[in-house]
Design a binder for this molecule. Structure first.
Ligand code: CAA
Length: 380
């Protein structure tokens, strides 16, 4: 058993850490306040290979493993988790799905620009009536000659207003239930696809989440991902990998909040001593560090299993469940350690706290993760 990152993994982690410390930390609060999309930072992430970390070099990616991918998302999120989710969606919800299920033509035409940072991707499964019950898709795709005609509304499309390509699920045969769902690679520059609204959110505010409408939107057949009826399985497979990314995002948020609390507790004095020297605060910091370490081990192990070609559905769900609940717990305590200062936007912990919540919700709520885990362990 090996608990050490490789030299390459450490170098990558340090490189991403330096990048966000230098280029993202000082502006993160401002971007959050104004829900400002980080145009230049996304471009730089692309140039650094952070948008296609685990995609093979042949298709424009960095050709690294999934542990490296988790490290990237963790480090981005330790400073600004909006950057974390923007990168996570492109890496695992889009590039991974395209590399796994795409045709050679789709990979050459679409994956290469997405993985190399020349284009950005989004993933579109959720609808007004299809959240946890992802199979109840109302968006339809009707075959017409050499194209499909898409009609419907999609919710919570992260990166939606900046995406060039969207992996979109739609019903090609409603009579077949989830076996009637098909995946498409939507070109957002084509007419018939529009942004209804960009959500005004509690957290991850500079990563935009959109409601999008499709009105007789035509997708040529070469842009169908997989076969007709395979869309639900494709979506679930993509989400398994995505959950490792969200676990890493939650881990980074928890780590960032913990570091802020630790630094604060060492310098903030009350009753004539640093508050870190009070047992109540010291024990809180000890619990934070312990839970974060457990979340990190779960996350890296899920990534490692994926790298080894082992089953990881249960492990990704466990990592996501535990890391996201850790992020919520740690950020709540980080505010408590800061006292009233933690409630102020002058300090970063309230942003970490707001950002943490979504990790318990998207790419499957904690309740759905428990469902996935329980089904997996019962069938074993
Ligand atoms: N991996 C692979 N296959 C899976 C799977 C998984 N995790 N979960 C289900 N499947 C397969 C099943 O094996 C079954 O396939 P077969 O026909 O071959 O047997 C098929 O899918 C149907 O499965 P179920 O009968 O279990 O389907 P269900 O409807 O009862 O439940 C669910 C499925 C687990 C609840 C699923 O709907 C789910 O994961 N819901 C959560 C959806 C979600 O995570 N949404 C996030 C949207 S993306 C997002 O957050 C936006 C963003 O941009 C970040």
């Amino acid at each position: 058993m090996q608990f050490q990152l490789t030299e390459d993994q450490q170098l990558l982690r340090d490189t991403v850490r330096q990048f966000v410390e230098k280029e993202a930390r000082s502006s993160a609060a401002e971007r959050d306040e104004h829900a400002e999309w980080p145009t230049e930072l996304v471009q730089k992430m692309g140039e650094m290979g952070l948008l296609g970390v685990a995609v093979s070099e042949e298709y424009g990616g960095a050709g690294l493993d999934y542990i490296s991918y988790a490290l990237v998302i963790e480090e981005l999120s330790r400073v600004d988790s909006s950057l974390g989710v923007i990168a996570s969606v492109n890496n695992s919800l889009v590039c991974y799905g395209l590399e796994k299920f795409g045709t050679e033509e789709q990979k050459r035409e679409l994956l290469v620009p997405l993985a190399s940072g020349r284009a950005l991707g989004a993933f579109s499964l959720s609808e007004p009536g299809a959240g946890s019950d992802a199979a109840s898709q109302k968006t339809t795709a009707r075959r017409e000659g050499d194209a499909y005609v898409i009609n419907g509304v999609k919710n919570w499309v992260t990166n939606g207003d900046h995406a060039d390509t969207i992996i979109l699920m739609a019903m090609t045969d409603p009579s077949k239930g989830y076996k009637g769902i098909t995946a498409f690679l939507v070109d957002t520059n084509e007419p018939g696809c529009s942004i209804v609204k960009v959500e005004n959110k509690l957290g991850i505010r500079s990563a935009h989440s959109c409601q999008m409408a499709y009105d007789n939107f035509r997708v040529p057949t070469w842009r169908r991902l997989g076969e007709e009826g395979q869309g639900f399985k494709i979506a679930m497979t993509i989400l398994n990998a995505g959950r490792i990314g969200i676990a890493a995002q939650a881990l980074g948020i928890a780590q960032g909040a913990y570091e802020a609390a630790l630094s604060y507790a060492k310098v903030r004095e009350q009753f004539g001593q640093p508050i870190a020297d009070f047992q109540a605060v010291g024990f809180t910091l000890a619990d934070m560090a312990t839970r974060i370490k457990a979340a990190r081990l779960l996350t890296y192990e899920a990534a490692w299993r994926k790298d080894q070609g082992q089953d990881y559905i249960r492990d990704a769900a466990m990592a996501k469940l535990f890391a996201s609940e850790t992020a919520m717990w740690v950020t709540t305590k980080a505010i408590q350690v800061h006292g009233s200062n933690g409630y102020s936007k002058e300090y970063p912990v309230e942003r970490f706290f707001r950002d943490a919540k979504i990790t318990e919700i998207y790419e499957g709520t904690s309740e759905i993760q428990r469902l996935v885990i329980s089904r997996e362990i019962v069938k074993d």
